[in-house]
Design a protein around this ligand. Sequence first.
Ligand SMILES: Nc1ncnc2c1ncn2[C@@H]1O[C@H](COP(=O)(O)OP(=O)(O)O)[C@@H](O)[C@H]1O
Ligand SMILES: O=P(O)(O)OC[C@H]1O[C@](O)(COP(=O)(O)O)[C@@H](O)[C@@H]1O
Ligand SMILES: [Mg+2]
Length: 455
Amino acid sequence: MNPPPNTDQLLTINTTLAPLPHLTNYLPNLQTHTTPLQHNHFYHPSNHFYLSQSDTIIHRTIYDFTRATSSTLAYHRAGPRKHIYYDPRNVRAAIVTCGGLCPGLNTVIRELVVGLWEQYGVRDIFGIKAGYRGFYSMDPVRLDAKMVHNWHKRGGTVLETSRGGFDLQKIVNAIQDHGFNQVYIIGGDGTLRGAVKIFNEIQRRKLYVGVAAIPKTVDNDVGIIDRSFGFQTAVEKAQQAISAAHVEAESAPNGIGLVKLMGRSTGHIALHATLSSRDVDCCLIPENEFYLHGKGGLFEFLDDRLKQNGHAVVVVAEGAGQDMIPRTDAEKQDVDESGNPVFLDVGVWLKSELKKWWAKDHKDELFTVKYIDPTYMIRAVTANATDNLYCTLLAHSAIHGVMAGYTGFVAGPINGNYAYIPMDEIAVTKNQVDTKDHKWAWVRSITTQPDFQRN
Ligand SMILES: Nc1ncnc2c1ncn2[C@@H]1O[C@H](COP(=O)(O)OP(=O)(O)O)[C@@H](O)[C@H]1O
Ligand SMILES: O=P(O)(O)OC[C@H]1O[C@](O)(COP(=O)(O)O)[C@@H](O)[C@@H]1O
Ligand SMILES: [Mg+2]
């Protein structure tokens, strides 16, 4: 074992500040204005109220003190700046939501509108209908603070959303034609990849247009940030499905409760719902391949569990086990309008495999599988209190950043503080469950499920 470090030992951390794009990078003569917050009688700006270029957040906070040096990236802190690069009277802001639903979408829209309206006095705020395609195929909808007043109490997105329809030239032409000079894009990994292209094209055309994105992913699959908004709400809802599955399973001889949860390529919802519920016997996620038959397989484990407890609960993330489900060549090629692979229903397949297994091996014993698929129920809800507050802080962070002239960034929390992260950096990240870390070990220890490593 390594000896503990001396108390006088020094750890040097080399910090590199991630470059944050600014409008003046390509429009050097832009005029600045004093922020209207300075004269807003609800705010009493003190010395530490405004942030400056040098306020940063360090990304990595965990270090081995026995190493003499280490390194990390730092990001600019989100928050109001004293000098802004827009005259609020001339701001024309556009807000768009893209991709699948997520609890809190309406809160983010509401807070963007109210923040622009109340804090900066912006009066020209527009909603783009139905995702990216709405820029060029539909009229923008004028929004005001009164109109969005209670939107946070509604699930979904009042602006509507869609997949596909990304046409870069048409979108940027529409931004120019409508005279938008601030664009707020709310969406997940696909949306962020599109937002990077929009930002690059805006830069290429040297347009006076600030672009900010707010990461939306119920799957929590975007990297760098602590977690995505709506994720906690979804986990909370998922637990209701697990509880129901548990009740059904407990109330039948050899009862299996099977719950399928969202998670296209990551199992965060399944993992967190499993850890919080404690009723789950086996959690199957895309990051950890599993198999059904033979030694160390799912059925051997369930056989034991049914003998011990008389029932079992299995949670499966939608992207898990996809390689095992038989599919036609056409199904293998199937993608949605955004180009995401279309999955077959792992829950339906698993239910049928469970029944086949039982019929073959335990013919005469009673057996029940109750399959619960709460897919859209966990995301088509309003955000809980924590997520609502989080959405507000994200929206306000985005506004302050755009007003300060920053562009091509994503607003998000890093180690509990809000930061501006370059869009192109976050668009290529992926937050997956680390099956080597403590959290997954904890899942394994409370479920005692197999590791599915054939050996
Ligand atoms: N690589 C990409 N380049 C440009 N646009 C993209 C890209 N991937 C997805 N999009 C667009 O982003 C929007 C949302 O993407 P999607 O994958 O459906 O949802 P999400 O953003 O929630 O992951 C769609 O309009 C889609 O066409
Ligand atoms: O049926 P839809 O609307 O395409 O949504 C299903 C997908 O949406 C998700 O919840 C999240 O997708 P995005 O974050 O990419 O929008 C996935 O887990 C799921 O596969
Ligand atoms: Mg996605």
